[in-house]
Design a protein around this ligand. Structure first.
Ligand code: QAP
Ligand code: CO
Length: 167
């Protein structure tokens, strides 16, 4: 197991579109374990492979307070969405920045688990938001990119100032 380096916004590699996983090999299983360890250590509630610079359709999520409800989504697809919610989001690639994004209130997602079996999940509330946020990463999109250009440039200025002070 290993803790992986999380790409920090702005990093062009966060705009890479992830490719489907073709075969669930030992390498994929090891990556999933490392992603889970990285997410729990942060701590965070979701992490997409894009954020650790692996451009394949893999997501780990755990919204439980006990950190024992790991959800692994390989090649996820949203097959239905309903309603509208605007939830306050954050992101391990954009530390210290939080803000609302409008998304579907509930989603139905189909994916493969680590065993290679396909399953379908109905999610709402925080889990639905988290799934959509992480799937955006696989498409190369970061949550702040839903905001106005003005809000994005203010956010970028704050991030650059912070990154200067820690480097
Ligand atoms: C995505 O985000 C998410 O700024 C997962 O300093 C978040 O795990 C989806 C984190 C909220 C829906 C709602 C962020 C940790 C963790 C930070 C995360 C930070 C430390 C973010
Ligand atoms: Co994120």
């Amino acid at each position: 197991m290993a803790i992986l380096k999380i790409l920090q916004y702005p990093d062009d590699r966060l705009h890479t579109v992830a490719a489907p996983v073709e075969r669930i090999t030992d390498r994929v299983r090891e990556l999933v374990e490392d992603m889970a360890e990285t997410m729990y250590a942060a701590p965070g509630i979701g992490l997409a492979a894009t954020q650790v610079n692996v451009h394949e359709r893999i997501i780990v999520i755990d919204i439980s307070e006990t950190h024992d409800q790991l959800l692994v989504l390989i090649n996820p697809e949203i097959i239905a969405r309903n309603g509208v919610s605007d939830y306050e989001e954050g992101c391990l690639s954009v530390p210290g920045i939080y803000g609302k994004v409008q998304r579907a209130e509930s989603v139905t997602v189909s994916a493969l688990n680590v065993g290679g079996e396909s399953f379908t999940l109905n999610a709402d509330g925080l889990l639905a938001v988290c799934i959509q946020h992480e799937m955006d990463h696989l498409a190369g999109k970061v949550f702040i990119e839903y905001w106005s250009k003005l809000k994005q440039s203010r956010t970028l200025a704050r991030l650059k100032k912070k990154q200067r002070s820690v480097m």
